[in-house]
Write a protein that binds this ligand. Structure first.
Ligand code: FAD
Length: 415
């Protein structure tokens, strides 16, 4: 098939790689002149890592990242532990891998370049037109491209193509976003295999995530983030760094070795969060993948991993049938429960960590840790953090299929 993909993020890059390996004729469109990663650190969960393994990129990504075994959070000033998740609850060998977003981008992009896929850059795709069963796209300069048998929209949360979904959804901007930056890893004081967070009620949150290195830096790095209302960003800049640094250090004095590396407000970038879920992630000759289909706050850290699962499932659907409409329905069905479960969980849990509510932060401090220590709850919490629920459980058939790199025929023979 002739397949167009919009967007060179994790969803677009992984999908392009898979489909070109299935001998489809893939053409990519990216709005930036030079495709580049946006943001700082992300955790690749066992789900996302399985897809990278399927693509044969395990060694490359592990060389750049830091293994994450635990995620913990402490409420301040009480010092009470309110989050303590251990990947070991899922079974032996499970872990996350924290990477600089540039590292994930580099690994996927390098594989893509060596596959000879055509990438058209500097093209902002704004519309799609279906005629006689084929789809064409148009850009902001009025230029048309195509026709294609199928369009895969992986252009992120701000996609311009959502009106072509069967049931378009509205992107709801969340009140809280975060300031993010990548800095040198401090020699001591932090666990290099854990994401650590500090909270003051739910209005303030700081996080420290070891992210390894990538080609543009020599040593190991750490992603540092600070929760902020997006409308307060300008006043944060106006108040000056010293005021904010004093506040950050009063909450987490040990973070000094990182905070002192911040010398200009532009060292921290503002990330805005929005929430939107397509009920059916497809339309006529078009499928939506990654944030274009489901975006949310990164509190549960699943977005890039869900994008990689989307890539795997659309490729699997296109291996199972050569009928585009049938493939789109199969893709939607395969992703339905996992996407719903994580989008709902993210919506429900984010206000416990990012909101003005005293009640929710009080409940969090009182109940989350004791509840998470109950035998079954430990697994559920680890499943929520790792993405391994709702059809992608650690011992489930789907994860076996992905990690086994099985073809559809082989898959039906799996236990
Ligand atoms: C601060 C922060 C922290 C996060 N932490 C995590 C984490 O720990 N774990 C995790 O799994 N996820 C995390 N996420 C979420 C994750 O980054 C996203 O879910 C993921 O990047 C989605 O991938 P994507 O390919 O769908 O979209 P994107 O990464 O947004 O890529 C979209 C691409 O499309 C291009 N594009 C956009 N519009 C157009 C257009 N009109 N025409 C052509 N090209 C276009 C863009 O330039 C971009 O290259 C985090 C997000 C943020 C903001």
């Amino acid at each position: 098939m002739r397949i167009a993909i919009t967007g060179c993020g994790p969803a677009g890059l992984a999908t392009a790689l898979m489909l070109s390996r299935q001998e489809h004729d893939v053409t990519m469109f990216e709005r930036f002149d030079t495709p580049r990663p946006v943001g700082s650190g992300i955790i690749l969960q066992p789900t996302g890592l399985a897809v990278l393994q399927w693509l044969g990129l395990t060694d490359e990504i592990h060389k750049l990242g830091k293994r994450i075994d635990r995620i913990n959070g402490v409420s301040m000033p009480s010092g009470k532990q309110v989050l303590d998740v251990d990947y070991a609850a899922l079974g032996e060998g499970f872990h996350g891998l924290a990477v600089h977003r540039a590292a994930l981008f580099e690994v996927l992009y390098a594989a893509l370049r060596s596959s000879g896929i055509e990438i058209n850059t500097g093209i902002e795709v704004v519309d799609a037109i279906v005629r006689r069963g084929l789809v064409s796209i148009s850009d902001s300069a009025g230029q048309r491209y195509g026709p294609f048998d199928l369009l895969l929209d992986a252009s992120g949360a701000g996609t311009k193509l959502q009106q072509h979904a069967l049931h378009p959804a509205r992107l709801r901007e969340l009140e809280y976003g975060a300031l993010w930056g990548a800095f040198d890893w401090p020699a001591s004081g932090f666990d290099e295999n854990a994401l650590e967070q500090r909270y003051v009620r739910a209005h303030t949150m700081l996080g420290i995530l070891p992210i390894g290195s990538h080609s543009a830096v020599s040593g190991d790095q750490v992603a540092f983030f600070w929760s902020i209302k997006t409308r307060s960003y300008e006043s944060w800049r106006r108040n000056g760094l010293d005021v904010w640094k004093r506040e950050a250090l009063s909450i987490w004095p040990e973070a000094g070795a990182i905070v002192e590396q911040i010398t200009d407000a532009s060292d921290m970038s503002l990330a805005r969060y929005g929430h939107s879920t397509l009920r059916k992630p497809y339309g006529n000759k078009i499928a939506f993948l990654g944030d274009a289909a489901h975006s949310t706050s990164p509190q549960l850290g699943q977005g890039a991993n869900m994008a990689l699962l989307d890539a795997w499932e659309i490729a699997a659907a296109l291996r199972q049938t050569s009928d585009v409409d049938d493939a789109l329905r199969r893709y939607a069905k395969a992703r339905r429960w996992h996407v719903r479960a994580f989008q709902l969980s993210s919506l429900a849990l984010t206000p416990f960590y990012q909101s003005d509510s005293r009640v929710l932060s009080g409940l969090r401090d009182l109940l989350f840790d004791p509840m998470a220590k109950l035998p079954i709850a430990r697994h559920v919490v680890a499943g929520l953090i790792s993405g391994m629920l709702a059809g992608y459980g650690p011992a489930g058939r789907k994860m076996q299929q992905i990690t086994a790199g099985a073809t559809p025929t082989e898959r039906s023979e799996l236990p």
